[in-house]
Design a protein around this ligand. Structure first.
Ligand code: ADP
Ligand code: MG
Length: 699
C-alpha cells in the first residue's frame, strides 16, 4: 500500500531550510500554499523556525506520528537519516537528494546502504533524485514536491520517471485547465516502481485516466502484467522517449539485427491496451477528452460544422484514425429539414451554416445523439460575430452534460475579444473538451475511439498445443551447450522444430556424397542439398544451396563440388531436403529482449525480407488473434491471398505455426535468436525449409 506516500497525514522535512532558494524551503512553502491539511514538521537543528513553523532538532523530537518524510540532505548522510526514520516509525520516505546510483560506485554503495536500512524497518522509498508526489484531493492537498505548478483537483493522474517531463505534462494540463488527481515522479526509482504506482492509480477511485511518461523499463514483464489489468478498466495514455527506428527498418537481414533497437516498449503498449503517443502535447489534449467524456461504443462519427473547410481538415484526420463518417438515415434528415436553415447541408457532416444559432446547433446535436448510426460527435464551432455565440455554447454544454455520447469541439475564435472569452468560459464550465484547431480536436476524438476499440478487442489466451516435447528440445540445447556451441546445427534445429509440431520439409543430414544419394532416394526426388556448417550463416550467399536436384548423379556431383569449394570451412555436413517449389516464402523470427521474453516477427520471407522489410512484431506469447493481426499488419498482406489468379496460402496454417513458435519460445527462454526463413506456405500447408537458432552462452 502506498497510502503513506500519497495520503500522508503528517510530513517531516529532514533538511528543512530557512534559505528561500533551497529545496528544503520550497517544499514547505508548496505544502502551505497548496493548503496541506496535515501536520508539517521541519527538521533542522540550527533553526527554531522554518517558514513560520516550529523546527525540530531531529526526527525523534517530533511529538506526533510521521507518515512521510522528505530527505533533502547531502547523500552521505542519507543512510543514517533513513535509520532515524525507521526508529521514528516513518512509513514512507521521498529522497529528493541526488548523488546515488546515477553518480557511480560510491553513490551506488550509499544507495544499497540506505535501501538495507529501509527494508529493516519496512519503509517504502520514493526516489532518490526525484521530485516527489502531489495529491490534489481537497481533503488533503498534499504537495510533497518542489516544482511550481499547482494543479486544480480533477481526475487525471500522472506518473513520470523524469521530473522534467512530469512537470512539463503537469503544466500543460494546467494550461488547458484540466484538473489533476495524483502526480508522481520517482527519479532513480530504487524501491517504489512505476508499475506499483500505476497499480495504485488503478485502485484509486478518483483517477479516471492515467498519463505515463517513461524512458523504458527495467522490469518490462512486471509492467506488462500490472498495467494490462489497469488499462482494461481505465485509459492509460503513455509516451516513451528514446524511440528509435521503425521496427521494419531494423529487420535488415533477420530478426537478430533487431537487438538494440527499442521497439519492445511500443509493442508492450499495444499488447496490453495502453494508448501510445509520440507527442506530449497531443497526449495532454487527449487527456482533456478522457477526463470528461464517455468512451465511444464504436468508430462512427457525426460531424457538425458551421464552416466548410475546417470540417474537411477534421474529416481527413478522423478517417486517419479509422473513424467512419456514415450517411444519416432518412428519418434523421427529415428531422433536420424541420430545424435547419434552407442553405444548410443535411448530410454527415451537417453544415448548419455560419448564421446558425443555438436552436440550429441544438437540433443537429440532438439528431446525432439520437441516431443509432453515430457513436461520437465532432463539432466545428466558429464564433460568427453575427450570431449569439453564448447561446450556441450553452446548447453544446447542455447536450454534453447529458453524457450520451462523447463529443469534442474545435472552437475557432479570437480570445482577445471579451465577448468570445465569455463564450469560451461557458464551454469550459460545461466540461466541453474544446481545441484551437480542427486537427487537435479530431486527434483527441481519435484517441477516445482508439481506446474504445482497445477495450472491445480481446486478444484471447495463448494456445497450448498438445503433443509438444519440451524435454527433447531442452536436451538438444543442453547437448549443444555441453559442446560449447551457441549456434545449433541443422539437425538440432529441425529436431527442436519437430518437437513442437512445426512442419518441416522432409530432411536428412549426411556427411558425404554417397550418403546424400541414399538420403535423396529415401526422401524422393526432386531434392535440395544444403551445406551444414556452424561457420556458414547464409548458405546461399556462399553457393551452399542447390535446389531442384532431380537425380542421383546431380546430387553426387553437387555434394562433391560443394566439398571442393567450401572445404576450407572445415568439416562439412550436408542437409538433403525435399524440394518444395511454388510456395509463398514467409519468415517467422524471434529475438530475446532483456527481462521481457521474446519478440516474435512475421513477414514475407526469402529475398523479400531484405528488400521489402515488410514485417510485423509482437511480444510473446502470441495468441491466435495476435498472429492473425500479424498476417494482416504487413503491407503485402494481400499477396497472402494470391493475386491475379494465384492461389492464396492457408492463413490458418501460418497462424498456427506462429503460435507453435511462440509456445516453443516460452519453454526455451535460453534462445537468443531464431529464424524460420523461409517458411514455404501453400494453399493447404506450410513448411519450414530453413531454420537458425542461437542460444545464450553458459548457464
Ligand atoms: P540460406 O537462408 O542460408 O541462404 P535457405 O535454406 O533459406 O538458405 O535457402 C535459400 C533459398 O533457397 C530459400 O529462400 C528458398 O528460396 C530456396 N529453398 C531452400 N530450401 C528449399 C526447399 N526445400 N524447397 C524449395 N526451395 C527451397
Ligand atoms: Mg534461409
Amino acid at each position: 500500500m502506498l497510502d503513506a506516500l500519497f495520503k500522508p497525514k503528517a510530513v517531516a522535512l529532514v533538511g528543512a531550510s530557512t534559505k528561500e532558494l533551497s529545496i528544503g524551503n520550497v517544499i514547505i512553502r508548496n505544502l502551505q500554499r497548496y493548503g496541506y491539511k496535515g501536520a508539517i514538521y521541519p527538521v533542522n537543528a540550527r533553526a527554531d523556525e522554518v517558514c513560520g513553523l516550529k523546527s525540530y532538532p531531529s526526527l525523534a523530537d517530533i511529538p506526533g506520528e510521521v507518515d512521510l518524510a522528505h530527505i533533502i540532505i547531502p547523500s552521505q548522510f542519507v543512510p543514517q537519516a533513513i535509520e532515524e526514520c525507521g526508529q521514528k516509525g516513518v512509513k514512507a520516505v521521498i529522497i529528493n537528494s541526488a548523488g546515488f546510483s546515477e553518480m557511480g560506485e560510491e553513490g551506488a554503495r550509499l544507495q544499497a546502504e540506505f535501501l538495507a536500512n529501509a527494508r529493516k524497518y519496512g519503509i517504502r522509498l520514493f526516489g532518490p533524485n526525484c521530485q516527489g508526489i502531489i495529491n490534489s484531493d481537497p481533503e488533503l492537498n498534499a504537495y510533497c514536491n518542489f516544482t511550481f505548478t499547482f494543479p486544480k483537483p480533477g481526475s487525471i493522474s500522472v506518473v513520470a520517471l523524469s521530473g522534467g517531463v512530469g512537470a512539463l505534462i503537469m503544466q500543460a494540463l494546467d494550461d488547458l485547465d484540466i484538473g489533476q488527481r495524483l502526480y508522481a515522479s520517482n527519479g532513480n526509482a530504487c524501491d517504489v516502481s512505476i508499475p506499483e504506482i500505476i497499480h495504485y492509480y488503478g485502485e484509486d477511485e478518483g483517477t479516471k485516466a492515467i498519463i505515463l511518461y517513461t524512458e523504458g523499463f527495467d522490469k518490462p514483464r512486471e509492467f506488462l502484467e500490472v498495467t494490462r489489468k489497469v488499462a482494461a478498466r481505465k485509459p492509460v495514455l503513455a509516451m516513451k522517449a528514446g524511440r528509435t527506428e521503425e521496427g521494419a527498418k531494423a529487420a535488415s537481414s533477420h530478426t537478430g539485427s533487431l537487438a538494440g533497437v527499442d521497439i519492445a516498449t511500443e509493442l508492450i503498449f499495444e499488447k496490453i491496451g495502453v494508448l501510445p503517443f509520440r507527442d506530449e502535447g497531443e497526449m495532454v489534449r487527449a487527456a482533456m477528452a478522457f477526463s470528461s467524456q464517455p468512451i465511444p461504443a464504436g468508430n462512427r462519427v457525426g460531424i457538425i460544422t458551421n464552416t466548410g473547410g475546417p470540417a474537411v481538415i477534421a474529416t481527413d484526420v478522423l478517417v486517419g484514425f479509422d473513424l467512419e463518417v456514415p450517411k444519416l438515415s432518412a428519418a434523421s434528415i427529415d428531422r433536420l429539414h424541420e430545424t435547419q436553415f434552407p442553405e444548410a447541408a443535411l448530410e454527415n457532416p451537417i453544415d448548419v451554416v455560419a448564421t446558425a444559432g443555438g436552436p440550429q446547433f441544438r437540433a443537429a446535436l440532438d439528431v446525432m445523439m439520437d441516431s443509432d448510426q453515430i457513436d461520437c460527435v465532432y463539432i466545428n464551432f466558429v464564433t460568427a460575430p453575427f450570431t449569439d455565440t453564448d447561446a450556441v455554447a450553452r446548447e453544446i454544454v447542455e447536450v454534453n452534460l447529458q453524457k450520451r455520447k462523447p463529443l469534442v469541439c474545435n472552437f475557432m475564435t479570437n480570445l482577445k475579444l471579451e465577448r468570445f472569452q465569455k463564450t469560451m468560459a461557458i464551454l469550459k464550465e460545461g466540461e466541453v473538451p474544446f481545441y484551437a484547431n480542427p486537427g487537435d480536436a479530431a486527434r483527441a476524438l481519435g484517441a477516445l475511439v482508439q481506446y474504445g476499440r482497445i477495450q472491445r478487442r480481446d486478444i484471447g489466451q495463448p494456445q497450448v498445443f498438445d503433443g509438444t516435447d519440451a524435454a527433447r528440445a531442452r536436451a538438444i540445447i543442453e547437448q549443444a551447450r555441453q559442446a560449447g556451441r551457441t549456434v545449433l546445427s541443422a539437425c538440432e534445429v529441425y529436431g527442436i522444430f519437430e518437437a513442437y509440431g512445426i512442419s518441416v520439409a522432409p530432411w536428412q543430414v549426411v556427411q558425404n556424397a554417397d550418403q546424400a544419394v541414399a538420403a535423396a532416394a529415401a526422401i524422393g526426388y526432386p531434392v535440395v542439398v544444403k551445406v551444414d556448417s556452424s561457420k556458414i550463416d547464409h548458405k546461399s550467399d556462399m553457393g551452399g544451396v542447390a535446389v531442384n536436384l532431380k537425380d542421383a548423379a546431380t546430387v553426387l556431383s553437387t555434394v562433391e563440388e560443394m566439398q571442393r569449394r567450401l572445404g576450407h570451412f572445415g568439416e562439412l555436413g550436408f542437409l538433403v531436403q525435399k524440394f518444395l517449389p511454388g510456395g509463398r516464402e514467409l519468415i517467422i523470427g524471434a529475438t530475446a529482449e532483456r527481462n521481457l521474453g521474446h519478440l516474435v516477427m512475421f513477414g514475407l520471407g526469402g529475398i523479400y525480407v531484405e528488400t521489402l522489410k515488410d514485417v510485423a512484431f509482437k511480444v510473446a506469447p502470441v495468441t491466435g488473434v495476435e498472429a492473425a493481426e500479424m498476417l494482416a499488419a504487413i503491407k503485402t498482406s494481400a499477396l497472402l491471398d494470391g493475386v491475379r489468379g494465384e492461389t492464396g496460402i492457408n492463413r490458418q496454417a501460418v497462424i498456427e505455426l506462429i503460435q507453435r513458435v511462440s509456445q516453443l519460445l516460452g519453454d526455451l527462454p535460453m534462445i537468443e535468436e531464431m529464424d524460420l526463413n523461409p517458411i514455404m506456405a501453400f494453399a493447404d500447408r506450410a513448411f519450414a525449409v530453413d531454420g537458425r537458432i542461437r542460444i545464450q552462452t553458459g548457464g
